[in-house]
Design a protein around this ligand. Structure first.
Ligand code: ADP
Length: 382
C-alpha cells in the first residue's frame, strides 16, 4: 500500500484532500462538543440578561432568540472549522505542490539549457530507487534524461559526420587545386594526362557525393522497399552479366554456386542487387589477378544465406568489427587511390537490415581472403 502511494501521484493528491477533510471534520467535532455549547450558553446568558433587564417578550420572542442563539453558536463552530481546514489545505497544497511543481520547474529549466546547446545537462532522480519504486514524475524525468542522452549521441554523430565529410572532400579538392596551380604556373603540362588526373579526382568527388546522398536517404529510411519473391539465381546471373567482363579483364575467376531447389527470397530486387554488386565489386577490387571470387547460397530454416567469398588480401581481425562503419577503410591510402569512399558496406548493411536480414564478414586474416555473408527471409510464395 505504502509503495502504491509513493509511486502514484493521484494517490498523493487524493490523500492530501482526505487530510484536509479530516482536519475540517476533527475541528468541527471538537468545536461542536466544546465551543458550540459554550457559545450557546454565552448567547443564552446574554439573552437572559436582556430579558431580566425588562425586555420581557412573549414565548414567541423567546423561541426566536433561542433559535438565533443556536445559529450564532453553529456559525461560530463552523467558522473555526473552516479556518482550520483552510490552514490544513494551505499546508497540504504546499507539500503536494513541492512534490509536483518543483520537479516540473527543474525540467523546464533544464530543457531550456539543453535547447541552448548544453547537451550534458540531466535531471536528478530521487535516490537510487528501482524503476518500480519511482512515481510518475520520476519516470518522466527518467524519459527526459534518456531523450537528452539520445540527443547528445546524435549530436556527437553529427559532428563526427561533418568532420568525416570535410576530411573526405578535402583530399580530392586539394589534389584538383594542386593540378590547377601547376597548370597556371606552367609547372604541369596542359596535356591530356594532366586533365585525365583532374577528371578522375572530380569523378571521385562525384561518387562520394552520390554515396553520401544514398547513405543519408538510407539512414533517414527515406526509401521504399518493394518486396517480391525473387529467385537467388536470377540475382547472381545479373551480377555475373554486369561484372563478368571486369573480372575477365582483371584475370579473376567468378564462380556462381547456387544449388537447384533453393527457395526464392522475399526482397526488393534492385536493392539486393545493389548489395550483391557492392560485395562482388569489393571482392574483385581486393583480390589480385589469378584469384577467385565465389557467390554461393544456401537455405537455413526460413532464411537464405548468400555468401561472397574471395581469395584476396583478407582483413586483419582488428579491422573486422569496424568494416561496416561509414568511412572506415582498412588501408586508407590504398582505397582512397582506388576510389573507395568507405560507405559501400554501410549502405549494404542498411539495405540488408531493412529486409530484416543480417550481414557480417569473416576473414582468417591478411592474405587469407574474406567472406561476406548476408541473410534474407525465404519468400512465402515460391
Ligand atoms: P570502399 O568504397 O572503400 O570499398 P566499403 O564500405 O565497400 O568501402 O568497404 C570498406 C572497407 O572494407 C574497404 O575500404 C576495405 O578496406 C575493406 N573491404 C571491403 N571488402 C573487402 C574484401 N572483399 N577484402 C578485403 N577488404 C575489404
Amino acid at each position: 500500500m505504502l509503495r502504491t502511494i509513493r509511486t502514484h501521484l493521484a494517490w498523493k493528491v487524493f490523500l492530501s484532500y482526505v487530510a484536509v477533510i479530516l482536519v475540517g471534520v476533527v475541528v468541527l467535532a471538537t468545536a461542536a462538543s466544546f465551543s458550540a455549547p459554550a457559545a450557546f450558553e454565552r448567547n443564552l446568558a446574554s439573552m437572559g440578561a436582556m430579558m431580566s433587564g425588562g425586555m420581557m417578550g412573549n414565548a414567541q420572542t423567546a423561541e426566536a432568540n433561542l433559535y438565533s442563539g443556536y445559529q450564532m453558536s453553529v456559525t461560530e463552530a463552523l467558522s473555526l472549522a473552516a479556518l482550520a481546514a483552510l490552514i490544513a489545505a494551505i499546508a497540504a497544497s504546499y507539500l503536494v505542490s513541492r512534490q509536483v511543481v518543483g520537479p516540473i520547474q527543474k525540467m523546464v529549466g533544464i530543457s531550456h539549457r539543453i535547447a541552448e546547446g548544453e547537451l550534458h545537462e540531466r535531471l536528478k532522480i530521487s535516490g537510487n530507487l528501482a524503476r518500480d519504486q519511482l512515481d510518475e514524475l520520476d519516470l518522466l524525468a527518467l524519459s527526459f534524461n534518456q531523450m537528452a542522452d539520445k540527443l547528445e549521441k546524435t549530436e556527437v554523430v553529427r559532428r563526427q559526420l561533418i568532420g568525416d565529410i570535410s576530411h573526405e572532400l578535402r583530399t580530392p579538392l586539394t589534389a584538383i587545386k594542386g593540378y590547377m596551380e601547376g597548370l597556371i604556373d606552367g609547372v604541369l603540362p596542359a596535356s591530356s594526362q594532366t586533365f585525365q588526373q583532374v577528371h578522375s579526382e572530380v569523378d571521385r568527388l562525384q561518387r562520394l557525393v552520390n554515396d553520401l546522398q544514398e547513405l543519408s536517404r538510407m539512414e533517414a529510411g527515406a526509401y521504399q522497399v518493394n518486396l517480391k519473391s525473387v529467385p537467388v539465381l536470377k540475382l547472381v546471373k545479373n551480377v555475373e552479366s554486369r561484372l563478368g567482363r571486369q573480372f575477365e579483364e582483371k584475370g579473376i575467376l567468378l564462380v556462381a554456386a547456387v544449388p537447384t531447389g533453393l527457395p526464392n527470397v522475399l526482397a526488393d530486387e534492385d536493392r539486393i542487387l545493389q548489395v550483391l554488386i557492392n560485395l562482388t565489386g569489393n571482392a574483385m577490387q581486393y583480390t589480385p589477378a589469378g584469384g577467385k571470387v565465389t557467390i554461393s547460397a544456401l537455405c537455413e530454416k526460413n532464411e537464405v544465406r548468400i555468401t561472397v567469398a574471395d581469395t584476396g588480401i583478407g582483413i586483419a581481425p582488428e579491422h573486422l568489427p569496424h568494416i561496416f562503419t561509414r568511412f572506415y577503410r582498412v588501408d586508407k591510402s590504398r582505397t582512397r587511390a582506388s576510389g573507395g569512399s568507405g560507405i559501400g558496406l554501410t549502405i549494404a548493411r542498411s539495405l540488408v537490415t531493412s529486409h530484416h536480414g543480417r550481414i557480417w564478414v569473416e576473414s582468417a586474416g591478411e592474405g587469407k581472403g574474406s567472406a561476406f555473408h548476408f541473410t534474407l527471409p525465404v519468400s512465402p510464395d515460391k
